[in-house]
Design a protein around this ligand. Structure first.
Ligand code: PBG
Length: 325
C-alpha cells in the first residue's frame, strides 16, 4: 500500500493554517470606489443594471465618500453625469461642470484622507457619446481631442483631484496631460493611465450609469479583445509619457494581460472590475445561482493574484467593511 509522500492538504486543514499560508492579501487600501454624480439630481437615482449603485446627488456623493473613507478604501474615482451635453463636451472643461463641482465637494469632505481621482474623458459630456471630439467625417479626431483633455486635466487638478484617469485611449493622452499639468504648476497631480483598455461588452451597465448617448462602438480607439502584445506597446508608451500608475480594464476577462503588464511595469498597477463584471455577479446572486459574498471576495482576490496592486470595484466600500471585521 503506497501512501503519498507529499500531502498539500496538510496546510489546508484548519482556517488558521490556511490563513498562515495565504499568498494573496486583500486589504481596504487596495480598493478604489467608482462613484457617479448627476447634475441637478435631488434624490439618488438607482441604476437598474447595477443593483445597489446610484447616480448621486451632491449631498449623497459626499456621504458615500465619507463612508468609503471610514471603511479605509484606498481611493475614490469620480464620474460626472451632466445635465447638458454638446459636441465638444465643454461641460467637462467648465470649472462649474458637474464633475469639477463634485471634485471640490469631495475634497472638502475627505481632504487627504483618501486619494481622490477623476475620469479624464469626454464620453460623459459629449452629445454623441464618444470619448473625443469628431472631425468633419464623424471620426474621433485624436489630436483635437488631446487639446480638450489638456484643458480638462487642468480644470480637474484645480478642482482638487489627486490623480487623473485618462480613459479615452487617445494616442499621446498621457504626455499631453502631463505637460499641461506641469505648465499649470500641478507637478504633484498624478496620472492613473488607462493603459490597456479593451473595447468590451462588459461596459454595458456603465452606459446606463452615465446616461451615455453613444451609438455604435469605440473600436477605433479601444483595444481588440484578442490582443496582448499591443497592451505591452501601450504600456511602454504610457510609461514614456509619464504615467504614475497604469491600469488594465476590464479585469476578469483580461487577467493574462494584467499579469503581463504587472511583470513588465516598474510603476504600480491597477485593474478595473467594470460595471458588467459587477452586474454579472449581482444578477446571478439575485437568482440564487451563486453565493454573492464568496463570489465578490473570489473575483477581487483573483484580480490581486493576477498582479493588481490596486483594484477599482463597485464593491469597494462593502468589501472593505467586511475585511475590517
Ligand atoms: C470612459 C469610461 C468607461 C468606463 C470607465 N471610463 C466607458 C467606456 O469606455 O465605454 C467603464 C467603466 C465600467 O464599465 O464600469 N469614460
Amino acid at each position: 500500500m503506497g501512501f503519498p509522500l507529499h500531502r498539500p492538504r496538510r496546510l489546508r486543514s484548519t482556517p488558521a493554517l490556511r490563513r498562515l499560508v495565504t499568498e494573496t492579501d486583500l486589504a481596504p487600501r487596495h480598493l478604489v470606489l467608482p462613484l457617479f454624480v448627476k447634475e441637478g439630481a435631488t434624490e439618488p437615482v438607482p441604476i437598474a443594471s447595477m443593483p445597489g449603485v446610484v447616480q448621486h446627488t451632491r449631498d449623497s456623493l459626499r456621504k458615500a465618500a465619507a463612508e468609503a473613507v471610514a471603511a479605509g478604501v484606498g481611493g475614490i474615482m469620480l464620474f460626472g453625469v451632466p445635465a447638458e451635453r454638446d459636441a465638444t463636451g465643454s461641460a467637462g472643461v467648465d470649472p462649474d461642470g458637474v464633475l469639477n463641482v463634485a471634485l471640490r465637494d469631495v475634497r472638502a469632505e475627505v481632504g487627504d484622507d483618501t486619494v481622490v481621482m477623476a475620469d479624464t474623458c469626454l464620453d460623459e459630456f459629449t452629445d454623441h457619446g464618444h470619448c473625443g471630439v469628431l472631425d468633419e467625417h464623424g471620426r474621433v479626431d485624436n489630436d483635437a481631442t488631446l487639446d480638450v483633455y489638456a484643458r480638462m486635466a487642468v480644470a480637474q487638478a484645480e478642482a482638487g483631484a489627486h490623480l487623473l484617469g485618462p480613459s479615452g485611449m487617445m494616442d499621446g493622452q498621457v504626455g499631453v496631460i502631463r505637460q499641461a499639468l506641469d505648465e499649470a504648476g500641478f507637478h504633484d497631480t498624478g496620472i492613473l493611465a488607462y493603459t490597456a483598455k479593451y473595447a468590451s461588452a462588459f461596459y454595458g451597465p456603465f452606459r446606463e450609469a452615465v446616461d451615455s448617448q453613444l451609438k455604435g462602438d469605440r473600436k477605433t480607439y479601444q483595444q481588440d479583445p484578442g490582443n496582448l502584445r499591443e497592451a505591452l506597446r501601450e504600456l511602454a508608451l504610457d510609461l514614456e509619457e509619464g504615467a504614475d500608475i497604469v491600469m488594465v480594464k476590464p479585469a476578469m476577462s483580461y487577467l493574462d494581460v494584467l499579469r503581463a503588464v504587472a511583470e513588465t511595469a516598474d510603476v504600480p498597477v491597477a485593474a478595473y472590475q467594470v460595471s458588467g463584471e459587477y452586474a454579472m455577479v449581482e444578477a446571478a446572486a439575485t437568482n440564487g445561482w451563486l453565493d454573492r459574498d464568496r463570489a465578490i471576495l473570489e473575483t477581487v482576490t483573483a484580480i490581486r493574484r493576477a498582479g493588481a496592486d490596486i483594484v477599482l470595484t463597485y464593491w469597494a466600500t462593502e468589501l472593505a467593511t467586511r475585511l475590517l471585521r
